[in-house]
Design a protein. Structure first.
Length: 247
């Protein structure tokens, strides 16, 4: 208990799946957490279930104005932000030749532009906090390529590179920036929203672990990066994939 006591976090995409698991783990270890999501009813219910150290604000992560509102709401509720988990994301699949530009841009806006906006928006608050930890949820799709998921892969490679650039730029402010690269994890996106379920099943089964991961297994890495235990880690990639990318 208490590994992140006194820290104030924003977790995007916090209504369910990995985001909800991240918020719960952080709260269990002493943090206060603002969950954000476009899923208002689910987000409010999740925050209520997590107790007094959780709040929820509806938040479109592709909107800079809504990012400012989310940070302001967090400071009003708890104080300056010391942890940001850029977790919100979406997936879309299809072959390149028949893919619509609007579909491609939507994934980029939600998965990539949102990370830029989140980092930008939280810097003033983290200055007031004396520093902080930004944790960007990328994917093994930001390390290796697969067919039929070009927009998702493009966005997750971008998050990996943005993490490194931001880590260099923000180090003097005592702000660390790292990326986490989950493999196939049991979440609504992979179990019910997947556009390529056969590929997902194949990747999970072919990994050395021979199974999908659980949100709590990624949350353990989020907790470590949010805590001062990782104070000398920045610009790094943390892979949580059951060994899928090592073969």
């Amino acid at each position: 208990m208490g590994r992140v006591s006194g820290k104030i976090a924003i977790v995007t995409g916090g209504a369910r799946g990995m985001g909800a698991a991240f918020a719960k783990r952080l709260i269990d270890e002493g943090a206060r957490v603002m969950l954000t999501d476009v899923l208002e009813a689910e987000g409010m219910a999740m925050a209520a279930s997590l107790g007094d150290n959780a709040r929820f604000v509806k938040h479109d992560v592709s909107s800079e104005a809504q990012w400012r509102q989310a940070v302001a709401a967090t400071e009003t509720a708890f104080g300056p932000v010391s942890v940001l988990v850029n977790n919100a994301g979406t997936s879309f699949g299809g072959m390149i030749e028949t893919m619509e530009e609007t579909a491609f841009r939507r994934v980029i806006d939600i998965n990539q532009v949102s990370v830029f906006l989140g980092i930008k928006s939280v810097i003033p608050s983290m200055r007031r906090a004396g520093g902080g930890s930004i944790i960007n949820i990328s994917s093994i799709a930001g390390i290796v390529g697969n067919p039929g998921v070009l927009p998702y892969t493009a966005s997750k490679f971008a998050v990996r590179g943005m993490t490194k650039s931001a880590a260099v730029e923000l180090a003097s402010l005592n702000i660390r920036v790292n990326s986490i690269h989950p493999g196939i994890i049991n979440t609504p996106m992979t179990t019910t929203l997947s556009v390529n379920p056969e590929l997902i099943a194949q990747v999970a089964a072919s990994s050395p672990a021979a199974r999908p991961g659980e949100p709590d297994e990624v949350a353990a890495v989020v907790l470590m990066l949010a805590s001062d235990e990782s104070r000398f880690s920045t610009g790094a990639e943390f892979v949580v994939d059951g060994g899928a990318t090592c073969q």
